[in-house]
Design a protein around this ligand. Structure first.
Ligand code: SF4
Length: 409
């Protein structure tokens, strides 16, 4: 009888890729998937440490799975939380048999140590959905004031192009979603600035759809815009974080609202169907009423298809921890509510405007599909007739909109 595993993944798409690789390793070691966590011999929790709420969710999940596991099952905690708080975490989580960050060899299966620092290059199983994430680099060379990621994920390490392409081929997916902490900087650590452009071109030559997540705005060059446009998936996920210049500078980032609007409008003039997503931090230390008003005005003017607003979370070891001008929690909540309501209205109106149009979609599951405007797991979906085959492309007519989702016939 093979041993069975259960892998629970928290956090972002980059973590999902790591989990896929863990699963690939476990399967290669002879383990089989369990039907539920309570039936597994080995339970792995791949944690997230991005902000306080994510850390709490990770710990709650570990405790819940510690309770749910059957007698004798091993519980391993890995991922960002384990990497960042290693020994400390092991002390507060005696329930875990092992707390293992990325740099620690982990014995997960029957074989000896798995060199987990090589997660980036471990093989992974073929995709089970018509789409799959591919992580092209790990770590980040930037110094954004609020972000602890470089402190525990390290400097950027890009994977060689041929290795990325081999993974794309092996996954056999119709849509590849490229991810990295700072995707547009792919290759700069290999002395290949701008390597993201040929990478996108090469992936697009292999699969019908390529999508890019997390583009730092200053890296959005004309060459990158052109290659994204040429893929037929004009989807631009711009990591903007704020638009008030003094606040953006305090975040130790590039740009301001005027530049962002220029970029967005120039992309729209070339690709009228372009879809935009962004995320913003609310309540960064020193954020004034005027900064907030600028962000509201930007959101109104930019008419992004999708936007996420996140409350600033002070992270140990970051530049922002030392800054004065903390914003009161109730004020942050109020600003988030205002921004969220404004964006919800914009998203709904943009979805309504699609009613009556023809739209090419990829069918992800029976009755559920996505066009170029919808990133998997992040944006809305398109409800389609169940008769459409999973994994196929179809051109449908949008018949209705319900919040972020569309209905089609
Ligand atoms: S670009 Fe900035 S926010 Fe993104 S991972 Fe790097 S330091 Fe963090």
């Amino acid at each position: 009888m093979p041993q069975h595993y259960w892998v629970e993944t928290l956090g972002c798409p980059k973590n999902q890729v790591d989990s896929d690789k863990l699963v690939g390793t476990l399967v290669a070691d002879g383990l089989a998937p369990a039907a539920s966590a309570s039936e597994a011999d080995l339970v792995v929790v791949n944690t997230c440490a991005f902000i306080e709420a994510a850390r709490q969710e990770s710990i709650d999940t570990v405790l819940a799975l510690a309770d749910a596991r059957r007698d004798g099952a091993r519980l391993v905690v890995t991922g960002c939380l384990a990497e960042r708080y290693g020994d400390e975490l092991a002390d507060v989580l005696p329930e875990a048999d092992l707390v293992a960050g990325f740099g620690v060899p982990v014995t997960l299966g029957s074989k000896p140590a798995v060199p987990s620092f090589d997660l980036l290059n471990l093989s992974r199983p073929a995709a089970t959905a018509p789409w799959a994430y591919v992580k092209v680099a790990e770590g980040c060379d930037r110094v954004c004031g609020f972000c602890a990621i470089p402190s525990f994920r390290g400097k950027q390490r890009s994977r060689p192009l041929d290795v990325v392409l081999a993974e794309v081929d092996a996954l056999g997916a119709q849509e590849i979603v490229l991810v990295a902490q700072d995707l547009a900087s792919y290759g700069s650590d290999l002395g290949q600035r701008g390597a993201i452009v040929p990478l996108v071109g090469a992936v697009a030559a292999r699969v019908p759809r390529v999508r890019l997540l997390y583009l730092y705005p200053s890296s959005l060059t004309d060459g990158l815009i052109d290659v994204i446009g040429a893929t037929g998936v004009p989807y631009f996920d711009l990591s903007l974080q704020h638009v008030s210049r003094p606040l953006v500078q305090r975040m130790r980032r590039w740009g301001d609202g005027t530049r962002f609007l220029e970029r967005i409008s120039s992309i729209r003039s070339r690709y009228p169907d372009a879809a935009f997503r962004s995320s913003f931090i609310v309540g960064y230390p020193g954020e004034t009423e005027n900064d907030h008003d600028q962000l509201l005005a930007f959101v109104e003017e930019a008419q992004l298809d999708w936007a996420g607003f996140f409350a600033f979370s002070p992270e140990d070891g970051t530049y922002a921890m030392e800054l004065d001008g903390q914003v009161d929690t109730s004020l942050v909540r109020e600003r988030m509510r205002e921004l969220g309501e404004l964006q919800d209205g914009i998203t709904a109106a943009r979805r309504d405007a699609l009613v009556g149009s023809r739209y090419e979609v990829l069918v992800d599951a029976p009755g559920v599909a996505r066009g170029h405007r919808e990133a998997p797991e992040i944006d809305g979906v398109v409800m389609v007739p169940e008769s459409l085959e999973v994994g196929s492309f179809a051109t449908v007519t949008i018949t209705g909109a319900a919040g972020p989702d569309l209905e089609a016939a």
